[in-house]
Design a protein around this ligand. Structure first.
Ligand code: COA
Length: 444
């Protein structure tokens, strides 16, 4: 039985903050820090009437309509988020409630839950759905996995540079149209405090440390994956979608991955006259000398034709969307997969049968590596997506509007702001009920 992702849909926050033109000058920073250093041009932001429920419900609604599904076809709804506003009632119940406003039937027989482990919980929810189907408990039904986040940082925090908002809905089922998931997985996991939200809305972040923890856990996960699936060669996969808090992060991860994957291969032999062999810890008296040698090797490796060609072919296409939407936390690695497949379509690549090496990461911290195989109908699925239309339709905001929108989503502030866009054919948040619950309606 093949199990994997049958279809995907996204919902991007309806506002757009231009980082180079609007944010950088207001912060008295160079635009190149964003466009070149972080690799970001813009962030998506939620309008006043948008939140994790509306974005998730809008993505799921679009997906179900497109695939001609009814609630009875869905046996599970899992929401992955790190932006939840309720410690008890899961976001999936709110989203199911929204969807029941537009479908005749209900989701009363669907198992609903919420997954938490920073940005990796979207992938963990895929795993849960996969296991549920492989165990034969799905009764022929599919699972709906929704990764939805408003990635906002406290004003003045360094993380403000890498914000974003959006949702990714994924349909997981038997004989999928998009990608099959591998049985093999590798994990790298440790108790870390690089990014956390101990009962607070905005994260406590040690940004520089989170970069190091990302790299360390990802490396462990790759080694663990290889221990079960065998050595991975750089040519074994066509694209490498990685968790993308900002494209510059993936640039760093890709360098490390390439060094690891080329060790003791014909590529290392080919590069030897130019770079020498890769440094090995046994050859050095102390750790810092070893690390210096690794840094030197990596600096030289970065400039080689072999690395550049591999990066441009395998990694760069995964970053096209992230550059224009910023960090979507739990949705980010899934946006990277879409980005790669979208590029494959633009380049008229015959991608069926090609493999993806998918690297997910969540602070706190855990990385997971698995592979996916692109399915025959991938091209049709990609053709049905409206990513470009959504991104183009976003409304550009000024810095003053950004400040107001940030306040509108700050739980500690109760100022009222007018929405900047007019909703149409979508779910919106419309207030607070008697139990302090958020309330929603569908706008035709
Ligand atoms: N031209 C070109 N590059 C520039 C530049 C310029 N004028 N100015 C800065 N840069 C580069 C920096 O060298 C740096 O790149 P490097 O890391 O490869 O050296 C990059 O742009 C970012 O600049 P920096 O000064 O480090 O930015 P920052 O202090 O705002 O911190 C983060 C960046 C990512 C640490 C911060 O935004 C953050 O904490 N984000 C949230 C946490 C996160 O996303 N973690 C990732 C793991 S999940």
């Amino acid at each position: 039985m093949t199990v994997g992702i049958d279809a995907m849909a996204i919902h991007a926050g309806k506002l757009r903050l231009d980082l180079a033109e609007t944010f950088a000058p207001a912060m008295d920073e160079s635009p190149e820090k964003y466009t070149e250093g972080l690799g970001l041009h813009a962030s998506s932001f939620p309008d006043v009437h948008e939140d994790i429920v509306t974005m998730g419900a809008n993505a799921a609604h679009q997906l179900m309509e497109r695939k001609g599904l009814e609630p009875a076809d869905i046996g599970r709804i899992d929401v992955a988020t790190e932006s939840a506003f309720d410690n008890s009632k899961p976001v999936s119940t709110y989203i199911a409630g929204c969807l029941e406003k537009v479908f005749e039937d209900d989701f009363h027989h669907a198992n609903k839950g919420e997954r938490k482990f920073a940005c990796i919980s979207g992938t963990q929810s895929l795993d849960d759905a996969y296991n549920w189907i492989r165990a034969g408990r799905n009764r022929g039904r599919s699972a709906l996995v929704i990764a939805t986040d408003t990635a906002l940082y406290a004003r003045g925090d360094a993380g403000e540079a890498t914000q974003g908002a959006g949702a990714v809905a994924m349909l997981i089922g038997e004989d999928p149209d998009l990608v099959e998931l591998s049985v093999e997985q590798g994990f790298g996991s440790a108790d870390e405090t690089d990014f956390l939200k101990p009962n607070q809305q905005f994260p406590s972040v040690d940004g520089k440390r989170s970069v190091q923890v990302y790299l360390a856990r990802m490396r462990e996960a790759l080694e663990d994956y290889e221990s079960v699936a065998g050595r991975v060669h750089p040519d074994d996969f066509r694209f490498g979608p990685f968790h993308t808090p900002f494209p510059g992060m993936v640039r760093k991860a890709a360098m490390l991955a390439y060094r690891h994957l080329t060790r003791d291969t014909e590529i290392e032999d080919e590069l030897e006259p130019e770079l020498g062999r890769q440094p090995h810890p046994d050859e050095f008296d102390d750790e810092s000398a070893y690390h210096d040698a690794v840094r030197e090797y990596m600096d030289a490796l970065k400039g080689t034709d072999q690395y550049r060609a591999w990066y441009d072919r395998t990694i760069e296409p995964t970053l096209d969307i992230a550059r224009h939407v910023g960090n979507w936390y739990t949705g980010s690695v899934h946006v990277a997969r879409l980005s790669a497949l979208r590029r494959a379509r633009e380049d008229r690549l015959d991608a069926a049968g090609e493999r993806l090496l998918v690297g997910s990461y969540g602070s706190g911290a855990q990385a997971e590596i698995h592979t996916e195989t692109v399915q025959e109908n991938w091209d049709e699925e990609l053709a049905a997506l409206d990513i470009d239309d959504q991104l183009e339709a976003r409304r550009d905001i000024s810095f003053e509007e950004y400040e107001a929108i940030h306040d509108a989503h700050n739980h500690a502030k109760d100022d009222e702001f007018e929405a900047l866009t007019t909703p149409s054919g979508e779910f919106v948040r419309d207030g607070q009920g008697p139990m302090n619950e958020r309330t929603y309606r569908y706008v035709e």
